[in-house]
Design a protein around this ligand. Structure first.
Ligand code: GUN
Length: 289
């Protein structure tokens, strides 16, 4: 079997078009666009590019996107003060503080200072708790994008065996929660899992988010499985690659996400979608008292 490629670039464009239409409706209803505020501390080259892309993407769909750039030597107290201002600002619907932060700032303190109703990254412990308990809330963007890729491929999750490799708070754990909520039987595997290859071979749906170039080999994939590769690495030759050996896995899987052009573009698309959701959720709560 040669797997069909799940085209995240095209699907992300479709999601952005959906968000653009939703933003127009929001403006008509509320007289202002949803606002996304991205905060970057320091000059990390990759973070500068990522945050500019987030600001640009939000403005392209008609939101009010703003990038706040703070110097690398910003103190934790100064960053917390900026976050508090954004939490109090009624025109701010989504707050994203780009990670990693400089070493003098504790990431967890900053994440916990964000109003969970404006937490468009879905990283706040309250957001994680809402997801785990099935309450409405904001869900991390990358796992949301993976679920949309699965839906678009028509993958039936109910009763399916899903294996998530990687247990980060940002991808692995929320991904497992979303698959569980969709009635899959979920196994979480990680660097200490014994005989990882045979655990992976049980998966009808295999999601890999470990950050190790081409770690998952073709013979780890069950024939006909759906493979979602969240990895974005550079190999020894400097070439972009995922956590899965795509060439090998393609011979076994029914669907697979390419790297680049698979999961990556979906993350920003779902950041935009989360921002409109956050805006509607907050306004709905205010109306309801
Ligand atoms: N750094 C790399 N990816 C992300 C992300 O999705 N959100 C935040 N806040 N920082 C990041």
């Amino acid at each position: 079997m040669t797997a069909s490629l799940l085209d995240g670039k095209a699907l992300a464009q479709k999601v952005r078009d959906e968000v653009r239409a939703d933003v127009s409706r929001f403006v008509a209803e509320h007289g202002r666009p949803p606002g996304l505020d991205v905060v970057l501390v320091g000059e990390d080259a990759a973070s500068v590019v990522y945050t500019r892309n987030k600001e640009k993407a939000s403005n392209e769909v008609g939101m009010r996107g703003r990038l706040h750039r703070l110097p690398a030597e910003t103190s934790e107290a100064e960053l917390l003060a900026r976050v508090a201002e954004l939490c109090a600002d009624e025109t701010v619907d989504g707050i994203l503080v780009q990670l990693p932060l400089p070493k003098q700032i504790r990431e967890d303190r900053v994440i916990e200072a964000i109003d969970p109703d404006k937490d468009v990254d879905g990283f706040h412990p309250i957001s994680a708790g809402r997801l785990a308990t099935g309450k409405p809330g904001l869900v991390p963007c990358t796992p949301s994008g993976c679920m949309r890729l699965l839906a678009e491929a028509g993958v039936k999750l109910e009763g399916a065996r899903a294996v998530v490799v990687g247990r980060s708070n940002i991808v692995g754990k929320p991904m497992a929660q979303l698959l569980l909520a969709a009635n899959a039987t979920v196994t979480m595997a990680h660097s200490r899992t014994k005989d990882l290859a045979s655990v992976c071979r049980e998966a009808d749906v295999l999601v890999v988010a470990v950050g190790r170039a081409r770690m998952v080999r073709g013979d780890w994939v069950k024939p006909g499985a759906v493979v979602i590769d969240v990895g974005m690495n550079r190999d020894e030759a400097g070439k972009l690659c995922g956590d899965v050996n795509t060439e090998e896995a393609r011979e076994k899987a029914s669907f697979i996400t390419p790297v680049p052009g698979g999961v990556g573009p979906m993350t920003i698309a779902y950041l935009l979608e989360n921002t409109v959701r956050a805006a509607r959720m907050r306004l709905g709560k205010k109306k309801g008292g």
